[in-house]
Design a protein. Structure first.
Length: 81
């Protein structure tokens, strides 16, 4: 394992998760959650679990992000705040 990569990816994943919680735009939050899933995929791959990394990439960063983006585009905005 490369400890420098773990030292970089862990805090980055944490910061992206916090940003996804704080952003007001739904599409921005969905994109940030996809980036979080990508970082988690890289962390799992770095830890030596390729099956979990592939699952996170396929389900977390791929399918669920696509479903969330499709859902956001099908909704309408009620207020301007």
């Amino acid at each position: 394992m490369i400890w420098e990569l773990n030292l970089l990816l862990g805090p980055l994943a944490f910061v992206v998760a916090l940003l996804a919680l704080e952003v007001k735009d739904l599409l921005g939050a969905v994109v940030l959650l996809g980036v979080f899933s990508l970082f988690m995929c890289l962390i799992w791959a770095e830890l030596g679990t390729p099956d979990v990394a592939f699952t996170e990439a396929a389900v977390g960063a791929g399918v669920s992000t696509a479903f969330f983006v499709a859902t956001v585009f099908k909704t309408t905005r009620r207020s301007k705040d």
